[in-house]
Design a protein around this ligand. Structure first.
Ligand code: SF4
Ligand code: SF4
Length: 158
């Protein structure tokens, strides 16, 4: 006997696999951030070579435990030069970590298996070791940028 296989409905693809960055809603765009906190680490730039050094010294508004901004909506009032990433400008920031969801999508990759949107668990980015939890030092503890070179953790050739 030859029987037909039952039709099994496939779940819809997630928005980041079907939409371009430009097509996403603001809430979808914001949800792409994995909460690693790595873009909130202060950087040093060599004025002669343009090489950028990422340090472990974090912005004063970064919550070292959650790795989230303590006042994301009002952050510009406290940190005027905090960067607002947009679909138009995200590719300009070569110092973003390789694991950053925005960078991955711009470069044509999918989100990693540990991304909170994939796991439905905000802790998964920390458990996978991709966040700054346990590593970041607040700039309030190291206020002088002249001391930040002692905390360099990553070098980016621009
Ligand atoms: S590096 Fe990317 S994913 Fe990580 S906190 Fe910054 S914007 Fe979000
Ligand atoms: S103001 Fe908030 S989002 Fe901006 S760098 Fe500081 S902690 Fe990060």
């Amino acid at each position: 006997m030859l029987c037909q296989l039952p039709m099994i409905a496939q779940p819809p693809l997630p928005f980041w696999q079907t939409k371009t960055l430009d097509e996403m809603t603001l809430s979808e765009w914001e949800s792409l951030c994995d909460g690693c906190g790595r873009c909130c680490l202060n950087k040093l730039i060599d004025p002669e070579t343009d090489v950028i050094y990422t340090t472990a010294v974090a912005c004063k508004l970064l919550d070292a435990s959650s790795c989230r901004c303590k006042d994301y909506v009002g952050r510009k009032r406290h940190v005027p030069d905090c960067i607002r990433f947009t679909p138009e400008t995200i590719a300009d920031y070569g110092w973003l970590p390789d694991s950053c969801a925005y960078r991955l999508l711009v470069e044509g990759y999918d989100l990693p298996e540990w991304h909170p949107l994939v796991t439905d668990d905000a802790e998964s980015v920390h458990e996978a070791g991709f966040s700054v939890r346990g590593m970041a030092v607040s700039e309030e503890a190291v206020p002088n940028p002249d001391d930040w070179h002692e905390y360099i953790i990553r070098i980016v050739e621009e």
